[in-house]
Design a protein around this ligand. Sequence first.
Ligand code: CP
Length: 308
Amino acid sequence: MRHFLDIHTTDAADLRHMIDHARTMKDARKGQLKGTPDAEQPLANHIVALIFEKPSTRTRVSFDVGVRQMGGQTMVLSGADMQLGHGETIADTARVLSRYVDLIMIRTFEPATLEEMAEYATVPVINGLTNKSHPCQIMADIMTFEEHRGPIKDAKITWLGDGNNVFASFVHAAPAFGFDLTFAGPETLDPDPKLMAWAEAQGRPVRIERDAEASVDDADLVVTDTWISMHDSQTARERRHNQLRPYQVNKALMEKADEKSLFMHCLPAHRGEEATSEVMDGPNSVVFDEAENRLHAQKAIMRWCLEV
Ligand code: CP
């Protein structure tokens, strides 16, 4: 059973294969209408359940489109509308869904929910985001970097802002792909110390930098994310904004980085907060390529899970 639960729990050679496969599949579709079936239909006769316990635009649409392009069918399910939201256990839900569908993608809150789904499902399970990680996003980001700049090995990546779930997946990916990470943000929003200890044990310690300008001076890639994640309390909004304002990615900050530095944001963005429109729409930005590559990367992930 091949689940895709996190980057660091997936074999590095398999991750490399998925990125390369995603690029091949993207190239093969160039110039075609989005609804054109892929030449190969590896998901023919497959049904995929897409479960969302949190909002989504990119994950929902890119998985749905990806399955359809590969000849499969989808059902998009809201956790709240399922018995899952009314007391049925994850384990029972996993066992029941496995009788109907060939693959489950779930976006949920706690990693324990994802892990229990994977433990009891008899079909592959994909992590579509938890409070602790977002591996599909980082696979798309690595693909995007390599499209623009070549191999990501030895690249220097600076993350500014909150040490959140998306950043955690960058940390998970660094040993497998061999890149260096710098985190720049206020101490109060530092990444989980256990995650930092894990990175150190892998021989890929994360550099912590409190000065935003110093953090980007040798960066090949500058990344940020929304200052308040879906699972964060809105009551802390003002305090977070005050703490994170020095880490806004704006034109002045990007001018401190190399002129070839890429800018990424997984979206949705709050323009004028974590990043300005000048940067989001500027010459270094690849944010919409990142969004597109969710589609291609996830198609490769689904094919890997299903071995098709
Ligand atoms: N980046 C991302 O996961 O987007 P959605 O929340 O819209 O799926």
